[in-house]
Ligand binder design. Sequence first.
Ligand SMILES: Cc1cc2nc3c(=O)[nH]c(=O)nc-3n(C[C@H](O)[C@H](O)[C@H](O)COP(=O)(O)O)c2cc1C
Length: 343
Amino acid sequence: MDASIKKLARERMQGRCRVCPQCDGRACSGEVPGMGGLGTGSSFRANIEALAKVRLAMRCLHDAAQPDTAAEILGMKLALPVMAAPIGGVAFNMGAAPQNPVDEAAYADAVISGSRQAGVIGCGGDGVGSLIPECSFAAIRRAGGWGIPFIKPWEGDFLWQRLEAAAASGCKVIGMDVDAAGLVTLRLQGRPVSPKTPAELVEIARFVHEKGASFIIKGIMTVADACLAADAGADAIVVSNHGGRVLDGTPGTAEVLPAIAEAAGKRLSVLADGGVRSGTDVLKMLALGAKAVLIGRPVSVAAIGGGKDGVAAYIEDIRANLSSAMALTGCKNITSVSRSILA
Ligand SMILES: Cc1cc2nc3c(=O)[nH]c(=O)nc-3n(C[C@H](O)[C@H](O)[C@H](O)COP(=O)(O)O)c2cc1C
């Protein structure tokens, strides 16, 4: 990422994010709200450590000189198998005005339209008040429905109202970050969230399908939950620990991904996030069984420091790095990436 974008983001984020040379959760342990991981920050760091342990087998004797990074996920054609993760709450997580002139609406627009400009798709976050989801839905609507709203596992009628509003954005995919059931801050703010039973998930998946959209469940960390998600009719899952922000002491996502992909990969699309910082990391996640990956914090930094063009340029950097990593592991295209490229 361009140094001037990082510098501006660092100033605007006022210590909420220090924009470290390596975004690895060490400097920001326990900073929630903020951009860090919860508690000791071990779940955030576990994501980074798990990916660092994965080694690629370098191969240079082949004809994959110009790899094709294009991918198709849930019927969507993407320039590379990457999405911008749903992140919201600019004022309390990334720094407020006047030092940070990027408000929630401008942020959502930068992520959604910057992703679209780079040939991928951006996701939108959710929160207690109406500001975060309304900005996300509006940005998606402005992008002609090219975005994925993620709704929290709210209790009662509120859940259906939010899902209805998400569908009205014109999107073709709707997600739910079921792991936000761990966000006690939401309950304290008077808007409860809770774990969803398999029966409730069946109803939610049916509702989303009736709106003509695919359904993603985000926050799956075990084979058992992946199978329940498939049983409930989800079209995809995201293997995710919410960037380490909901439960301290989880494994890194790259550790649990292979078993989950093995168990559920034939029944739904397995996506993954957590600690992905380069095209090489994207390739590692694909080799471990993911069909696509979501990138969180670095996209936020690009959006705050560089707006839509900053996001698009960051994703293009990832694409170029992925392409080079594919060439050096002998992968002609995304569908040919397999465990065999792991050392
Ligand atoms: C400040 C912040 C806010 C977030 N808000 C949401 C949200 O509203 N919905 C959601 O599904 N995930 C949310 N996440 C989690 C991200 O979507 C994603 O899972 C995580 O950031 C991926 O890890 P990475 O940042 O290491 O790439 C948030 C993460 C951060 C850092």
